[in-house]
Every structure is written in structure tokens, then in C-alpha cells.
Design a protein around this ligand. Structure first.
Ligand code: PYC
Length: 313
């Protein structure tokens, strides 16, 4: 028997496809999400704020998981873009999300909705150019990124004096440069340290919602390994597209990576993104980052959500 023959009158169905990008899950919502108000992706992103419990029901446990990010398919602002997309995790709506954008593009390609080559997507953070590469990878021209502050310092009890840059790569990152926190520790310990540092940074008045720490890579093809803490309190299993863009903005500002050169960023789970950049405005240290990564489909189906839990249309 399949669900086609079962009376599901008490449930709303949401059609989804799950993938992971370097270990980090993405749930593309194709159909069944309540219609959002607004003419543009940015307006609909604002409207999504009112659906807090539904957002949690879609990506949080038990239907989802702690790190899962949703990519909600929505109409683009105009006919030049292939699709619009709004990202959210179980605690907030995100402006941009690199791993989920790669998962979204891969999913649309597998569904035959887009083909090999270049496409534009509309996100709440602006239009982004994506390319479906012949080898199955996705090339993402991320939003313009830049370092916002260099070497800010503050003391964190139990950690010591922390030195960090603040950089934007689609989200605002605290890029920790000291002390050197060994990444070989269990993820629970890294998460606890990262939460302490991020919380203190916010109390210090820094406008940051993600944190990244770097160490030596374990792979011979990578430049560095990172540990990224997301606003939901969990860590990124992928190298983090927006975090890698923020890191590359810092490297560019310090003259440590030339335009067009690739920085291979390894994640805490061993997956990699290749990231490069071109200058947009050298004086203001604004870069246009490019992130190349790959996603794999994991499942497809319908979520069932009790109708009484669905917000009125
Ligand atoms: O890949 O940009 C990213 C990301 C942000 C939060 C989780 N992944």
C-alpha cells in the first residue's frame, strides 16, 4: 500500500527533496508551503518571519535535524532568473546560505528544471549567478563580501584574550585568529568553546551571527580546515559557503590570496569547497567570491503536517 490510497485529510502535505552538501543537509521545499505575501523574494522573506513554528516543524526534529537548512522554492522577481529561493534553519530565516544554495541548484538540475550552464537565482540577499558544471559540481558566485573589522580583541572567560576579524560573506562572521584552538577536539568541545566566544562577541556589541575558527588541514589538497558555528547553535558540517567567502575576504584584504587563486577550504568533517575571488572595489576591500562545491541527493517525498498546526492561509 502507498500513501496514495490512505485518507490523509487531517494532514497538509509538503513536497520536499533532501540533499547534503559536504555533509550539511538541505531540504528543498517544492510545494505545499503556505503562500507567502509579497511581490519580491525579499518581501516574502519578511513574511516568512510569521511562520516560526512551521519553519521549525519543517527542518527541526523529528522531521528534520539540528543542522538542516530549508531552501524554499519561490517565484523570482523577474523572468531573467531561473528561480527564487529563501533559506531558513530551525531558528531563523537566513539572508544567504552557500551550502544550501549548492544543494538547491543540484536539486533543480536533477529535476530537469535547469540544465548545465549559467543561471540566476533570486535570494533575499540579492541575485546570485550559479553555474551547473559538467562534472556535477556547482559554481556559486556568492554575494559581494568584505572584511568589516580587523583584529578586534576581547576576553572570554575560560578561553583568554580572543583576536578576531569581522567579515561579511552573506552572513556576518567572527573569524577567530587567536588563540589557536586545536580542531582535533571532539565537536562537542569545539561547539562549547565557539558558543562562549560568539556569545561574548555579541555582548561586546559586535554584529555577528556566525563564528569560524581555522587550523591546519588534514587533506593534502586543502589550505585550511575550519569549524563553523551557526546561529542555531550547531556546527556546519560543510566548509560553509558564506563563511569561506568571509575568510577569503580577509585573506584578500591582507594580500594573502591573489584574485583568481583558489583557496581550498576543508570542513570539520573533511569535505571541501574551492573558493576564489575577484576585486569589486579594492579600496573598500569588497570582493566577488566564487564557491565551488558538490551536493548529493538523499531522499524525496512528502512531509505530513497536522492541519491544526498549519497557519491559516
Ligand atoms: O554554507 O553558507 C553556508 C552556511 C551557512 C550556515 C550553514 N551553512
Amino acid at each position: 500500500m502507498t500513501l496514495e490510497h490512505v485518507d490523509l485529510g487531517d494532514f497538509a502535505r509538503m513536497s520536499v527533496i533532501d540533499s547534503h552538501t559536504g555533509g550539511m543537509p538541505t531540504r528543498v521545499i517544492l510545494d505545499g508551503f503556505p503562500k507567502l505575501r509579497g511581490e519580491t523574494v525579499a518581501e516574502r522573506r519578511q513574511d516568512l518571519e510569521r511562520f516560526e513554528s512551521l519553519r521549525y516543524a519543517v527542518v527541526g526534529e523529528p522531521r528534520g535535524s539540528e543542522p538542516m537548512v530549508a531552501a524554499l522554492l519561490t517565484p523570482p522577481d523577474d523572468g531573467e532568473a531561473a528561480a527564487g529561493v529563501i533559506f531558513f534553519d530551525r531558528v531563523r530565516v537566513l539572508g544567504m546560505c552557500g551550502h544550501a544554495a549548492i544543494g538547491f541548484v543540484h536539486t533543480l538540475r536533477v529535476l530537469g528544471r535547469i540544465g548545465e550552464g549559467d543561471h540566476v537565482l533570486h535570494t533575499a540577499a540579492g541575485g546570485i549567478n550559479v553555474r551547473c558544471l559538467a562534472d556535477g559540481k556547482v559554481r556559486l558566485a556568492n554575494v559581494h563580501s568584505r572584511r568589516l573589522a580587523k583584529a578586534v580583541q576581547f576576553r572570554v572567560p575560560g578561553v583568554g584574550v580572543v583576536t578576531a576579524d569581522v567579515a561579511y560573506g552573506g552572513n556576518n562572521f567572527l573569524v577567530v585568529t587567536a588563540p589557536d584552538i586545536p580542531l582535533c577536539q571532539p565537536w562537542e568541545d569545539l561547539t562549547a568553546i565557539a558558543r562562549k566566544i560568539l556569545a561574548k562577541a555579541c555582548r561586546e556589541g559586535l554584529d555577528v551571527d556566525h563564528l569560524e575558527m581555522h587550523g591546519s588541514p588534514t587533506r593534502s589538497d586543502a589550505n585550511a580546515r575550519n569549524f563553523v558555528l551557526c546561529p542555531s547553535g550547531t556546527y556546519d558540517r560543510s566548509p560553509c559557503g558564506t563563511g569561506s567567502s568571509a575568510k577569503v575576504a580577509c585573506l584578500a584584504a591582507d594580500g594573502e590570496l591573489a584574485p583568481g587563486e583558489f583557496w581550498v577550504q576543508e570542513s570539520i568533517t573533511g569535505s571541501v569547497f574551492a573558493v576564489s575571488y575577484e576585486w569589486v572595489d579594492r579600496a573598500k576591500q569588497v570582493i566577488a567570491p566564487v564557491v565551488i562545491g558538490e551536493a548529493e541527493l538523499m531522499g524525496a517525498g512528502d512531509l505530513l503536517l497536522p492541519l491544526e498546526e498549519m497557519p491559516p492561509r
